[in-house]
Design a protein around this ligand. Structure first.
Ligand code: ATP
Length: 317
């Protein structure tokens, strides 16, 4: 057996720890392992090379991905995927581990339907993958956001200000929900929870009249232009208001211990599953136990929305 590993889609802190675990567990089991650079594009362009255990030395603590990542729209075409599969077969490789988000999962599903043995690992800061409590990178991005919000809180309360802070997550509100809870935000606005602008303005106005020195509002990306919203908040509530879009800083940085452990467990498990003959599946963690499910099931299952945590954080603000 020969196993190849790649990272695809957006990078996420902890991907290196997952690559390391795949490489080291394969070698532990006397399996030849290959690194694919730049995701699916690397499969198509033959950026594939055998690696030994030193290839992943001193990477467990590094953010980003040493394999680099890419987006290749053409991978939706069967003829392009055939080039990728032929490149792997020429090297005698029939097993692949894909570390990425849901788009990468679709590519992996197609490869598995076309004969490759594929296991996916959830690597994205967004935590937007079903049937896993956490994705690799989520915890690190969350910590980055909370550090930034703590700093904004200092200046916000010194100046008697309202801070609107936009965080990533694509269509998943988990980064906003967990960051808002961890930083004691007055309001958490996400797609899942819905956005009632008038109610938000009234809540913030009441906060101000009740004498709050600051207000922190955490809002998911892709909901509203927070610069425009900031002007409206200032006009309606009288609160001096500042918008902050945290942006790509959320994707970088050294992975937290939690992400490194999660990635190590998932990477090792992916190789164990391939050895057992499992294919077309992805790994997850549910209630601190590693699980695996069919890729197509994960892609059609709605993500769990933690309504209890929304409710709790509203009670505590
Ligand atoms: P993130 O959640 O961080 O954005 P992602 O894996 O969802 O990561 P995408 O850009 O959606 O990122 O997908 C990564 C790659 O997966 C694409 O560039 C493409 O090569 C492949 N891919 C996506 N959708 C398909 C599809 N329908 N068929 C085949 N391949 C696909």
């Amino acid at each position: 057996m020969k196993i190849a590993v790649l990272t695809s889609g957006g990078d996420a802190p902890g991907m290196n720890a997952a690559i390391r675990a795949v490489v080291r567990n394969a070698i532990y089991n006397d399996i030849e392992v290959y690194a694919v650079f730049e995701g699916y594009r690397g499969l198509v362009e033959n950026l594939i090379m055998p690696v030994d255990r030193t290839f992943v030395s001193e990477v467990i603590n590094r953010g980003g991905t040493i394999l680099r990542t890419a987006r290749l729209v053409e991978f939706k075409e069967k003829s392009v995927r055939k080039v990728a599969i032929d490149n792997l077969h020429r090297l005698g490789i029939n097993h692949l581990v894909v570390i990425g988000g849901d788009g990468s999962y679709v590519g992996a599903l197609r490869l598995s339907e076309e004969g490759l043995n594929v296991i996916c690992i959830p690597g994205t800061i967004d935590n937007d993958i079903a049937l896993t409590d956490f994705t690799i990178g989520f915890d690190t991005a969350l910590q980055t956001i909370v550090d930034a919000v703590d700093k904004l809180r200092d200046t916000s309360s010194s100046h008697h200000r309202c801070s609107l802070i936009e965080v990533m997550g694509r269509y998943c509100g988990d980064l906003a929900l967990y960051a808002g809870t961890a930083s004691g935000a007055e309001l958490i606005i996400t797609g899942e929870r819905g956005f009632d602008k008038q109610k938000m303005l009234e809540d913030l106005k009441r906060n101000r009249l009740e004498g709050k020195r600051h207000a922190l509002v955490i809002i998911s990306e892709r909901i509203i232009d927070i610069k425009e919203l900031s002007k409206e908040v200032e006009e309606y509530t009288g609160f001096e208001t500042r918008p902050t879009v945290l942006g790509y800083v959320q994707r970088g940085g050294r992975p937290t211990a939690f992400d490194r452990v999660l990635a190590s467990k998932m990477g090792a498990y992916a190789v164990d599953l391939l050895i057992e003959g499992v294919s077309g599946e992805c790994v997850g963690i549910v209630g601190n136990t590693l699980v695996h499910d069919k890729i197509e099931k994960v892609l059609v299952t709605p993500r769990f929305v933690n309504l209890k945590l929304y409710h709790d954080s509203e009670k505590l603000r």
